[in-house]
Write a protein that binds this ligand. Sequence first.
Ligand code: PEP
Ligand code: MG
Length: 890
Amino acid sequence: QKLVYDFTEGNKDLKDLLGGKGANLAEMTNLGLPVPPGFTITTEACKVYLDSGAEPPALRDEVSAHLDALERKMGKKLGQADDPLLVSVRSGAKFSMPGMMDTVLNIGLSDASVQGLASQSGDERFAWDSYRRLIQMFGETVLGIDGELFSDTLDEAKKTHGARTDVDLPASELRNLVDAFKAIVAKETGRDFPQDPRDQMDLAVRAVFDSWNGDRAKLYRRQERIPHDLGTAVNICSMVFGNLGPDSGTGVAFTRDPASGHQGIYGDYLQNAQGEDVVAGIRNTVPLADLEQLDKASYDQLLDIMERLENHYLDLCDIEFTIERGKLWMLQTRVGKRTAAAAFRIATQLVDQGLIDEAEALRRVNGAQLAQLMFPRFASDVELDTIGRGIAASPGAAVGKAVFDSYTAIKWSRSGEKVILIRRETNPDDLDGMLAAEGILTSRGGKTSHAAVVARGMGKTCVCGAEELEVDTKRRRLTTAAGTVVEEGDVVSIDGSTGKVYLGEVPVVPSPVVEYFEGRMHAGADDADELVKAVHRIMAYADRVRRLRVRANADNAEDAGRARRFGAQGIGLCRTEHMFLGERRELVERLILADTDDEREEALGALLPLQKADFVELFETMDGLPVTVRLLDPPLHEFLPDITELSVRVALAESRKDHNENDLRLLQAVHRLHEQNPMLGLRGVRLGLVIPGLFTMQVRAIAEAVAERKTQAKGDPRAEIMIPLVGTVQELEIVRDEAEEVIAEVEGAYGTSLGLTLGTMIELPRAALTAGQIAECADFFSFGTNDLTQTVWGFSRDDVEASFFTAYLEKGIFGVSPFETIDKDGVGSLVRNAVEAGRATRPDLKLGVCGEHGGDPESVHFFHEAGLDYVSCSPFRIPVARLEAGRAAA
Ligand code: PEP
Ligand code: MG
């Protein structure tokens, strides 16, 4: 197996093997662009090293052969004393991991060759500056020496010489710095700085390999869901110098604006400098356009190359370049990162330019970007100063009064205040407070902390891990690094897209994209937002090609209406338990407490018209579209008072000799219904089988609502009745028989057929495993992947995120919670089997999914491939699901 590729041997499609940087350097080389010669050590070599702790045996010879060839091409040897070839050693993984891994420049300089470089370049200052840079970078990245030891020494030298920047340091002082730096190396490592150029190179290569498993890199990969086993390639590239005087320099450029997508000249240039100076912000750069004045020939050539690159990659490219004494060199290019808004704009611009087609435009954007565009934002001209900054954990903009505990969050929000819940870190006890708050701010924890995970799930803005903020929950205040104290009740603003925290109120503007989906902004209008126009077009492409239909999880007319405006093609899950809350709780209590058939019938009779009215409203909103109504699912105790609260109330009453018969009966019922494991207890179809009349009441409410919509309003209601938590076909048979009886009765009474279908959820492993049998009794399946994930993994869906998921994510057991993205291998394989078995029994079986996964981008692709008919998700995720369904089909 070949372990080293010359730049002339690779191409842009070899990213797995050569990493992004190596593949693109090869591509540019083959395009005839001015790339300094060099070669790439493959990711395979890195993988062997990481697995075995040693470089593959063949690597040394292969590197020697390529180094020989490079030396011949350049007419000088690595580190040659009188005229040294110098190289850079740079990491480059398949996915760009900015700043996460290592780079060493100027390899090949030594006490001897620094002299040669000085005489060859005729610039002593430059030679010594390059040498001190090598020792500094090598010391930091290869030898692991604390970088401050070097930078402090450099700062001191500047101070003593009254030098404003390092360019102002004379050669003699740089020479002293080299001695000082070498002394640091000797002191810190107990060894001298290596003088053999090949040793320098080999050590640097190994350091790059090792940097793959550095803490920063691992954390980044976990957050970005980059697999841990890819390894990095290493690029060895002959050095060109931007620090050879005023006719030299280095810069970065974008072929279009990565923030807006507009075409133009975007980038920064720094005269007389090497690449890391730009990134490090040591001196101020000038806008790229100024290069025209400084070096017109290089500027024109650069613009020409940028155009060629964009036409070649058919996308926005970002570029690193260096000018050495008036000669332009390309050091890197790649398809550039961009903001979510720019992604949509660029995709449509490229279609208009005829560079890509609509299917490709769909591939250029994604659901996560669309979701980002749907959050409200702070107005762009924020005038307040930040008081801290944390991790942008869940996007959006939130403003509210600072509160430091959940109780206050709930109390204040009930009285109409907007609050930001501020905690050191959150735990499950904070859930209600998080729900009540506009946003969540924590001073501890990362992107996978409880606050971050839960906030994202809730769609709440969250900034976490703002470590310079000291949160004192006891005294209800936080103190900033600058000593400002924020008390309970002070207004703060947090930006979940940047992680910035402000004291005071920052004005929030609604997302134009949501305004568009809501129908309050029209993409066709002349003055419509450019972004909205782009989103509109891309959504149209997606809708045109997608095979999956998209429905909503909604249980009231308001959500249903929004879902419809957002493009829902029906309701895939109406959870009827939400219709049992509030004032109706008392009726449910009466049902549970009923001792006799009469009492029960009476309670059910009181619930019937309420349910029916809800359904009438829902069917009206969704007229002409399917609405899947699920019969009652959660355990009944959820509708009863809390056991502790009630016990206290009863005990207090007893002590006052004040008997409350109802409370006593309630308490008995609570005890009777108490379950150790309610999620595995009396819920779903089991309730329907055990509480006489409950499901038939619901079926009657649905049937009568359909009948009334049809006969009285001349509407087109399309209801589907869904039975939850079925594990065996026998359960379904019993419920179905009873339901059909009721439906027939209502049809008779209204003199019309209702076209009702009856299906089940597949949310237990046994149901999935016996799907062939269950299909005999079901018109449709809807995969309840929340419960299916819970039961397949044996994870309590309500507890795990808070208890051990953070540890699991940190250990890389999974990159993302299986409750968020479908576990294809486990849960997914049950889904596939059930699809196949169900369709084998009943070819026209309708198949959907209504678990949270229905709105998750990656999962939508899975459901497309599994051959489902639709996904159903919360109203706000509908556009994302539409887009991803389109991308899956494109
Ligand atoms: C499910 O289990 O996936 C589902 C949709 O039902 P619920 O979340 O209401 O249990
Ligand atoms: Mg469920």
